[in-house]
Design a protein around this ligand. Structure first.
Ligand SMILES: [Zn+2]
Length: 157
């Protein structure tokens, strides 16, 4: 098989050269045929190397396509299991805007509460009521005390 291929290559090389127009392959000296077979060996080695590279690229492409496909299938499976949902960017953007707006509002509320809170300390009687601020509950305790607990840094200033 290999010898057959080698002979085909050698004849093709001989026929593609000027000699092809002259004597037929069979009429050549064995040493001339052997010379063309040597060239055929080099040509076949080159062709084989190219084929190996092409196969390698093909396998690599298949492997990457397979990986990508597996990732996609896993993603689809997570959606099917409802353990993950596709990200809808319009929804994400809307949530982001709402979060930013809520944070802004929270900052304003902190400022407002800090300004409203009495800087003077609470005075708790034996019932736990705050006599300083007229708060007659224990659960929850005086709101001024709760502001101090919630915004301790703000109270220092
Ligand atoms: Zn108080």
């Amino acid at each position: 098989m290999t010898d057959e291929r080698r002979e085909r290559y050698a004849v093709a090389i001989y026929n593609s050269a000027d000699g092809g127009k002259g004597r037929p392959w069979e009429a050549l000296y064995e040493s001339d045929r052997e010379f063309h077979r040597t060239i055929a060996d080099a040509a076949m080695a080159e062709a084989d190397a190219e084929q190996r590279e092409a196969k390698e690229r093909y396998r690599e492409g298949l492997r990457r396509a397979d990986e990508h496909n597996n990732d996609l299938m896993a993603e689809v499976q997570r959606y099917a299991d409802a353990s993950e949902r596709p990200v809808l960017w319009s929804v994400y953007n809307e949530m982001h805007k709402r979060a930013a707006s809520a944070e802004g509002e929270l900052g304003q509320m902190r400022e407002l509460v800090r300004d409203l809170a009495d800087p003077d300390p609470c005075y708790f009687d034996h019932h736990g009521y705050c006599q300083a601020h007229g708060w007659f509950e224990t659960e929850p305790t005086c709101p001024h005390a709760r502001v101090k607990a919630m915004l301790p840094d703000d109270q220092e200033a």
